[in-house]
Write a protein that binds this ligand. Structure first.
Ligand SMILES: Nc1ncnc2c1ncn2[C@@H]1O[C@H](COP(=O)(O)OP(=O)(O)OP(=O)(O)O)[C@@H](O)[C@H]1O
Ligand SMILES: [Mg+2]
Length: 401
């Protein structure tokens, strides 16, 4: 029985890819969306959305784009480390303004014609830049110049910059003051409060099929405290805690499951886990070393990919398609190196044996766990597509010899 079946869930409730179908509409999130709607409706020109990493900026953007994609032409820039010329080209490409020339004057002229044409047909044109803190000063200046494209009566272009708080600091600098003064709408995302975090966890579980996982208020409080209410960390911590509970065949998520999850995360996700969580995890480690409990640490390839990469494809975002659907599953070819090797239901010597395979059997590694004792397990697929777990010491990655 896999993790989802164990908890009677239809899908993973705490995925890390921004997904609009899991959008939790707190008052704060709704306020930010309302500000953006207002900015575009009123043709305000420049808007800015700011928030610390993992607070939901890209998620909000997905919702905003879904709302506006029929009524507006939207250029979405997800990789802002471009030169000003490349930025302009990326905007034209995304708006499907095809030009034979790379001459900047002609590009701007074509863009202006496009803006006037869309304005006549009542359509808004919006440039959205995610991760805008990565825009260079010349690119920000280029955007300011583009925003000058207006008629006597109205602004033809709406620009939404979404980024981390350092962007606001940069905008205050001498060179960017002119742009800063043009920003009429500013919205911010803060971490969730305790009540919101508790609601958020319940909301995502219900979306995923409700299931049989039980979280007491005290456990949710721990998750809040350790994650600082940052949704990405709430997801990481909650799904890890559920994974630890699953390994111990518990439906009730306890404090110790959260503690073990935090400890694992502080080992593998140190870059994104707040100091407080690391401190807690280290404390947990000390306690754990005094109590002879068998704690299993979980290493999932997926997390690293998700948190490091987030969304890379504007096409995937616009089509409201989670990135993981477009990404090939990691599979490493490997071979079994022992006779009568046991494939188990879970990464544990106590787990049920699902089948026994022979020396030389070809398998594909899709995931891995390491127990705190150091014993490592591979989650594998056999050639007939069935998934199970095998101890890593009887597996050879790569060719059979
Ligand atoms: N309102 C929300 N409803 C549901 N999930 C959310 C919400 N806000 C954030 N999340 C979840 O938290 C995680 C991080 O969100 P997101 O990627 O949008 O953050 P971000 O602010 O863009 O982070 P970064 O600055 O690193 O790009 C995602 O898994 C997302 O699904
Ligand atoms: Mg983001």
């Amino acid at each position: 029985m896999n993790y989802l079946e164990f908890f009677h869930l239809q899908e993973d409730p705490f995925g890390l890819t921004p997904d609009s179908s899991y959008f939790y509409p707190s008052k704060m999130h709704n306020d930010v969306l309302a500000s953006l709607d207002y900015a575009v409706n009123q043709k305000e020109g420049f808007s800015l959305v700011m928030g610390e990493p993992g607070t939901g900026k890209t998620t909000i953007l997905k919702i905003f784009i879904d709302r506006w994609k029929e009524k507006a032409e939207i250029a979405l820039i997800l990789t802002p480390r471009l030169s000003p010329e490349e930025l302009l080209q990326a905007v034209l490409d995304d708006l499907k303004i095809n030009l034979e020339t790379a001459n900047k004057n002609e590009m701007i002229k074509a863009f202006r014609d496009f803006l006037i044409d869309r304005s006549l047909s009542g359509k808004r044109v919006i440039i959205v830049v995610d991760e805008a803190q990565n825009l260079s000063d010349p690119c920000l200046e280029e955007l300011r110049l583009l925003s000058n494209l207006e008629t006597d009566k109205e602004k033809l272009l709406q620009i939404i910059l979404v980024g981390q708080p350092e962007l606001q600091r940069r905008l205050r600098s001498e060179g960017l003051r002119q742009l800063d003064q043009r920003i009429t709408i500013r919205a911010g995302l803060r971490p969730l409060t305790l009540e919101e975090t508790s609601d958020y966890i319940a909301f995502r579980l219900i979306k995923a099929g409700k299931g049989s996982a039980i979280f007491d208020e005290q456990v949710k409080k721990d998750i809040y405290r350790l994650s600082d209410g940052i949704p990405r960390l709430v997801n990481l911590l909650t799904s890890r805690a559920m994974m630890v509970a699953y390994i111990g065949t518990a439906h009730h998520i306890r404090k110790k499951h959260v503690r073990d999850a935090a400890k694992h995360l502080s080992n593998t996700q140190a870059k994104i886990i707040p100091r407080r969580l690391i401190g807690y995890a280290v404390g947990g480690l000390l306690i754990a070393s005094l109590i002879p409990v068998s704690i299993i640490m979980y290493q999932k390839f997926q997390d690293h990919k998700n948190t490091a990469g987030e969304i890379r494809s504007s096409a995937a975002l616009k089509k409201n398609k989670p990135e993981h659907e477009t990404r090939p599953e990691i599979q490493k070819e490997a071979f079994v190196t022992a006779s009568a090797a046991r494939l188990r239901e879970k990464p544990s010597l106590q787990a049920r044996i699902e089948r026994v395979v022979e020396n030389g059997e070809r398998i594909f590694i899709i995931d891995e766990w390491t127990e705190i004792s150091g014993r490592k397990w591979f989650k594998i697929k056999t050639v007939d597509g069935k998934e199970s777990w095998i101890a890593s010491y009887i597996v050879k990655v790569g060719s059979p010899r």
